[in-house]
Design a protein around this ligand. Structure first.
Ligand code: ZN
Length: 141
């Protein structure tokens, strides 16, 4: 992982073998980023994508291993219990160009990954909603 800050934006390069979500979390912890937006492109060899089934209020995941482009990755950084909370989605494209996507919980870089993190001033929390079954954005906590 290498990164630089340019005014309110961090640009980070991840290398082969690095896991994207853990790396972004480590940067947030290290730099004290508590609110922001995330976007990235790159190439990965492994990924775990999930979807939330609202009927049973539970995440289900699919594991992928192969050759994939990150066609788009976007998300946000908020906080829960005083720690950075990442919520990131990704659209991946395989060898035939077919795209698929979901909630990104893990992705391992195969070539490179270029991440932009825009830092925002302020605080947005998360709190668990029994009704929905997810940690929703909250402006009070
Ligand atoms: Zn999600």
């Amino acid at each position: 992982m290498e990164y630089r800050r340019f005014s309110d934006t961090f640009i980070m390069r991840l290398n082969r073998g690095e896991e994207i979500i853990a790396s972004i979390g480590a940067l947030c912890e290290r730099e004290g980023i508590m609110l922001g937006s995330v976007s990235a492109i790159g190439a990965i060899g492994e990924a775990t994508l999930g979807y939330f089934d609202t009927n049973v209020k539970q995440y289900f995941t699919h594991q992928y291993a192969g050759i994939y482009e990150i066609a788009n990755m976007s998300g946000n950084i908020s906080t829960q219990d005083g720690k950075p909370y990442l919520h990131i989605h990704a659209v991946l494209a395989g060898e035939d160009g077919t795209a698929f996507g979901g909630h990104l919980s893990r992705a391992v870089v195969s070539a490179t990954c270029e991440v932009l993190i825009r830092v925002l001033d302020g605080h947005v929390g998360r709190s668990f909603s029994e009704e929905i079954g997810l940690n929703l954005v909250t402006f009070s906590g």
